[in-house]
Design a protein around this ligand. Sequence first.
Ligand code: ADP
Ligand code: GLC
Length: 481
Amino acid sequence: MKNILFAASECVPFIKTGGLADVVGSLPKSFPKEYYDARVIIPKYRVIADKYKDQMQYITNFYMDLNQRQQYVGIFSMVLDGVTCYFIDNEEHFSGASIYDGMPWDLEKFAFFSKALLSVLPVIGFRPDLIHCHDWQTGLVPVYLKEEFSANEFFRGIKTVMTIHNLKFQGVWDKKDIQRITGLPERLFTPDKLEFHSNGNYLKGGIVYADAVSTVSQSYAEEMKMPFYGEGLDGLLRARSGDLRGIVNGIDYDEFNPETDPNIPHHYNVGNFRRIKGKNKAALQKEIGLNEDPKTMLIGMVSRLTDQKGFDLIAYIMDELCQDNVQIAVLGTGEEGIENMFRHFAWKYPGRVSANIYYSEPLSHRIYGACDTFLMPSRFEPCGLSQLMSLRYGTVPIVRETGGLKDTVQPYNEYEKTGTGFSFTHYNAHEMLGIIRYAEKIFFDRKRDWNKIVERGMEMDYSWSASALKYQEMYDWLIGY
Ligand code: ADP
Ligand code: GLC
């Protein structure tokens, strides 16, 4: 039996802002229990729901030296679905109204978390054979481990994996401030280690110091080595390409299951969606103020409203698109400009466009379970989970061919009668509109073919079974099972 520890800033069901939380919440429970003892460690944020906080058990506390002062480290735990989760408590860092506060505040918060999570291991008596770190917030874990902790016998030989879910966020700030905050020695702030264009960079530290690096799709693993997608780290990623893997995400097939999902009013499967799914469409139209029209093509979007997701393309063609027989259901929060763009079109096209500018897990499921298609024209997409959820719920994805979208959605080919969705190549609004209209043509004029696309999508397997094996292979390669 080997011990694996997942270290991350988010984990479903405790706390989520995006797909990272889904991955950290579902991958650890996908490994065979007799093979790994996989545990998770995240911060104990004040905004975690009370129903979880009430179940956490206090273990102990101690003080840790960071940023020239002694800082409180509390440790709690609970077991969920057979997975032990640890929570690091510190009110100064984790009691905000949201989990991220932006720079520079997040710098100390996640330096604290990274150092604290290593410090608690001997105290709780759990020695991982491997620590699996996720995104820049845990980039300093491999650095602290090798530079500070491995002097202690307990830590010697612990391996690390750094998984990049989003290269856009790296934890970059003034070098001197980072040195002071992290307490890491000046000699580490060189271009071959933590220095990045005369700043300091947490994620870069993780990539340099981890024993292996991975990202969440094969296409993104290739893209990130190019300047356009590399966010300034493409050179380093090319240098580490021997240890860099792309492993596509899965989703939790128990949670995302149209046959049992408690959030959707009418359950269905690949055999009966033709008869039943329309009832969910009618219910959703009613719920979010759309005209109750069974014939229209209902397009869904559930997303963080950020630049990454291609909303400028959508804004550009909204008026043209709304001339067609379509309805648009949006659920998301994020940049004010994008939120207001959707509010504007909802005002301009009442009953046709519904802008739901908030976060709601249950409504997201109802959108996946009710729409005809799901639009995701991302500028870049390391993996993307929304299109996987859509496929599972028989909602045909329309995506741009980038990163994980390219790897998981097979474009419809009307001659060969293959494909699970629709896709376009260039980041161009009219290329996107062209493909949406092609989808409309199949939807309105060739319903049999459309339903076959739905069927093929629902039959794909994007559970964790295949990808968990690939992680297993990577872990075993490092820890030598
Ligand atoms: P990213 O991690 O870049 O945000 P993903 O597609 O990997 O993109 O994952 C997004 C996840 O967040 C999906 O599970 C999606 O359903 C969910 N999500 C995004 N915005 C909302 C929202 N406003 N309400 C509910 N769920 C949301
Ligand atoms: C990031 C990416 C998204 C990916 C998710 C989980 O948030 O933007 O593409 O699916 O992480 O890996």
